[in-house]
Design a protein around this ligand. Structure first.
Ligand code: NAD
Length: 369
């Protein structure tokens, strides 16, 4: 049995509470001999600052670099609002992304039938929705230089951000999208603004060329990013995988996320390049939500985003697609049975605790195996 190195970074607030539920599933898989894990734990965010004076220690970074996958909870909270900027809790996450070279951010948007009524769109538009946004995470306008505010001779100020992409950056993110599509419904929609942006022209050219050369079995469509936003709220089920740059991905993934209801339901993965020697890729899996200080310590947090992040790790880092399917099906079973944490419970109905929701998923998962 393979023995995967898994690093758990629970973080702050509800991070440790939701991580506990994912950890219970990891330890079940390990104890039953289904997947072997060697699990390490470390601090990140405010917890790391309290212990070491930094948002992530060098030792924790070394562990993350060595791990087959990192599971990350959430960081931040009012306790650390006044710590020096470079040591703020989020700096731990940014360092992980940067030092591990996690350039591909994957955000699935899945609408569980039992929650279709909770969407702001009509039930029939979102029921059964299952799409993936692949966002370039380390380039584009958030990082391009110059990036500045200058004062002009007439006293007026001018703010500048620079959108830059190289062939290599577009090539590698497009490959992630095409590879993913092959594991799904085999369709990629590439979103850019080639009508007004040079980076959009280059994006379009590179994606088209890679498709022709290496992925002609996958259906490719090009869509202008603004039209993509419109289509997402008009007929979201037309999409399988959407690939886009950092800025458009930031916006489109939030739109897609909200099609599905609560923040407590949304997992994500950030992947690095595949090592040509080992065939492995660095990876970090985390819920989209933050540390929710308003409900921390009450066992009221929804652990489903964290558990769904573990399902992504099973699929993309541990080669256990069938187990990932079973775990995702278990989430759907629990929801279909009416089990709800407070964030997804209808007003006036009973809500279960974080641990009860975690136990219900584990039980449903065991039944599915
Ligand atoms: P948040 O995601 O923590 O919370 C927003 C709202 O959603 C809150 O009302 C919260 O109770 C609710 N919520 C979030 N996750 C939930 C869950 N699993 N179950 C039930 N309800 C849930 O965002 P925020 O309030 O803007 O930020 C709080 C802290 O988290 C801040 O310090 C912020 O910087 C940090 N943050 C961290 C991350 C991260 O670690 N990746 C992401 C976003 C925000």
């Amino acid at each position: 049995m393979a023995n995967f190195k898994l690093l758990l970074l629970p973080g702050d607030g509800i991070g440790p509470e939701v991580m506990g539920q994912a950890e219970a599933i990891v330890s079940f898989l390990d104890k039953q001999g289904i997947v072997g894990f060697s699990v390490e734990r470390d601090l990140v965010g405010g917890a790391a600052y309290d212990a070491h004076g930094v948002a992530i220690s060098d030792a924790a970074m070394d562990r993350a670099q060595e791990a087959d996958a990192v599971l990350f909870g959430a960081v931040g909270g009012p306790k650390w609002d006044k710590v020096p900027y470079q040591h703020r809790p989020e700096a731990g996450l940014l360092r992980l992304r940067k030092d591990m070279g996690l350039f591909a951010n994957l955000r699935p948007a899945i609408c569980y039938p039992a929650l279709a009524d909770a969407s702001s769109l009509k039930k029939e538009l979102v029921e059964g929705l299952d799409m993936m946004i692949v966002r370039e995470l380390t380039g584009g306008v958030y990082f391009g230089e110059p990036k500045e505010i200058v004062t002009l001779e007439n006293g007026e100020k001018r703010g500048v951000d620079t959108q830059v992409y190289t062939t290599h950056e577009i090539d590698r993110i497009a490959r992630v999208a095409f590879d993913l599509a092959r594991l799904r419904r085999n369709k990629v929609s590439s979103a850019e603004k080639r009508n007004v942006m040079k980076t959009g022209v280059l994006w379009n050219e590179v994606v088209t060329a890679i498709h022709k050369r290496d992925y002609s079995d996958v259906t490719l469509e090009h869509v202008l990013a603004d039209n993509c936003a419109m289509q997402l709220v008009r007929t979201p089920k037309q999409f399988d995988v959407i690939v886009c740059d950092n800025l458009f991905g930031d916006i489109l993934s939030d739109v897609a996320a909200m099609l599905t209801g609560s923040l407590g339901m949304l997992p994500s993965a950030s992947l690095g390049a595949t090592d040509i020697n080992t065939g492995k890729r660095k990876a970090l899996y985390e819920p989209v939500h933050g540390s929710a200080p308003d409900i921390a310590g009450q066992s009221a947090a929804n652990p489903l985003a964290m558990i769904a992040s573990l399902a992504m790790a099973l699929r993309y880092s541990f080669g256990e697609g069938k187990l990932a399917d079973a775990l995702e099906a278990a989430l759907a079973d629990v929801l279909a049975a009416g089990t709800r944490t407070r964030d997804i419970a209808a007003p006036g109905t009973n809500a279960v605790s974080t641990t009860d929701m975690g136990s219900a998923v584990l039980k449903a998962f065991q039944k599915r195996l």
